[in-house]
Design a protein around this ligand. Structure first.
Ligand code: HSE
Length: 307
């Protein structure tokens, strides 16, 4: 049993247009690092935070919520010093709280000798999501823990299905430097959905997953549509329609809001297309009033990793 471990916890793109709260993917090229060291203090302590302005008080940080729940369930009194190195900003729509929660769940599990399954770790990490945004959402945390694409098939009881990752898929993410709180982005969603709209949406979830299994990029492309959440949320994201149109014009398979936003994602087949998509999306934001960053990433297939 290790006394100290360092982990990489990936950023994630939730919803993937058609699958609100049910679909997500993990990114290879973006994430946090965290170090967990056993101590004799008998206390959980956050000893370092770099890259974001987050609370050191263990009772105020979701990392503490996740670790405390795990130690209580394992019935173990353990002192742990925790260092957090954020690789991307909270409020980006790229699963910042989920990376911290999933990273903590996997790391504490290792320090305990791995008593918990990935499904149990997802449940612990969901407590962290609840602490951060008020809801026990599973999409980002399960993608960060399992890696690849995931489907949250059921919340009660929780069931996570790992989906295949076609070889040639690339993700582009443009992050306007404005913060959208997940809670706020959830509060503006419609409370009811017309049956006709629901049919579009669940048919597209089926189409998207079939596309992943069959390596059918055209089917994936046709299925990346959101008739429910995107229309309500896109007004929170400046230039959303122009960025999406720019991505689609140069061959993206689809483009939409990453999680609760403001990050706008696109999926592309092939590295060359994803470079063109990145340039096209970037050109919309260049010279505009809002600072942004943009990157391309492959899909992370291993989830939180010990490094
Ligand atoms: N599925 C969630 C949402 C992801 O879109 O609100 C954000 O945590």
């Amino acid at each position: 049993m290790a006394d100290s471990i360092k982990i990489f916890a990936p950023a994630t793109v939730a919803n993937l247009s058609c699958g609100f709260d049910a679909l997500a993917l993990a990114l290879a090229g973006k994430g946090d690092e965290m170090v967990f060291t056993k101590t004799d203090s008998g206390e959980l302590k956050i000893t370092k935070i770099e890259g974001a302005n987050l609370p050191y008080d263990i009772d105020d940080n979701l990392v503490g919520t996740v670790a405390k729940a795990m130690l209580a369930e394992a019935n173990v009194d353990l002192g742990i010093d925790i260092e957090i190195y954020k690789g991307f900003k909270p409020g980006s729509g790229l699963g910042s709280s989920a990376a911290s929660a999933a990273g903590t769940a996997v790391a504490v599990n290792h320090l305990l000798g791995n008593p918990f399954s990935n499904l149990e770790l997802t449940k612990f990490a969901m407590l962290g999501e609840e602490a951060a945004c008020g809801s026990q959402i599973a999409d980002n945390v399960s993608a960060a823990i399992y890696g690849g694409f995931v489907l949250v098939r059921s919340y009660e009881p929780l069931e996570i299905v790992s989906l295949p990752v076609p070889d040639d898929l690339y993700v582009t993410a443009l992050h306007p430097q404005i913060e959208i709180k997940t809670e706020d982005a959830r509060n503006i969603l419609p409370k009811e959905v017309p049956l006709k709209t629901a049919i579009y949406q669940w048919a597209n979830v089926g189409g998207f997953i079939s596309g992943l299994y069959q390596n059918d990029y055209e089917l994936i492309s046709r299925s990346l549509q959101d008739h429910i959440v995107e229309p309500a949320r896109k007004r929170l994201i400046p230039h959303f329609d122009a960025v999406k149109a720019a991505a689609m014009n140069v061959g993206a398979l689809g483009s939409g809001i990453s999680g609760a936003g403001p990050t706008i994602f696109a999926l592309s087949k092939g590295k060359e297309t994803s470079e063109n998509v990145k340039n096209a999306m970037q050109s919309v934001y260049e010279g505009k009033e809002i600072p942004f960053n943009i990157f391309n990433s492959e899909i992370n297939t291993s989830g939180v990793q010990i490094i």
